[in-house]
Unconditional design. Structure first.
Length: 147
């Protein structure tokens, strides 16, 4: 299935939000250095405070990111707008499945819809690694084919 077909098959609001992020100028890139850990954790803390869930201590996330970045079973993807970090997701690739493990957004810039572009980038990366499924790790309705 082509990327265009995947986006067509998605909920109409999904495509709309992807276009909003693109219009705002949101830029997505892969974080390849461990120095991204404090910024990622700060976004995760904001998200947990806003949505009322528990997060593990910073040391846990530092160790996790160090392992992921060193062994390359996954990637931390970050979204920026005008140099400001808006959102980030951690995706792990295993066999045919890419699994979204953690996601976080800034409380101030959610209107720019950065998470949507992050997931598109993660799906592209997953496809390039031979994955055929994208799993949001606990959100059953979103597990789906990406090939």
């Amino acid at each position: 299935m082509t990327e265009e077909a995947l986006l067509t098959a998605a909920h109409p609001k999904c495509g709309y939000n992807i276009r909003i992020a693109a219009r705002h100028g949101v830029v997505v890139r892969g974080a390849i250095k461990i120095d991204a850990a404090p910024d990622f954790y700060e976004l995760l803390r904001q998200t947990a405070d806003r949505d009322g869930f528990f997060i593990e201590p910073f040391g846990f996330h530092l160790n996790l990111l160090a392992a992921v970045l060193a062994a390359n079973p996954g990637r931390l993807l970050v979204a920026h707008l005008n140099g400001q970090l808006l959102a980030a997701i951690l995706v792990i690739f295993h066999r045919v499945t890419a699994t979204h493990i953690y996601g976080a957004t800034s409380s101030n810039t959610r209107h720019a819809m950065p998470s949507y572009l992050l997931h598109v980038a993660a799906m592209r990366m997953a496809r390039s690694r031979g994955c055929t499924e994208y799993d949001l790790y606990g959100i059953d309705a979103f597990v789906g084919a990406i090939s």
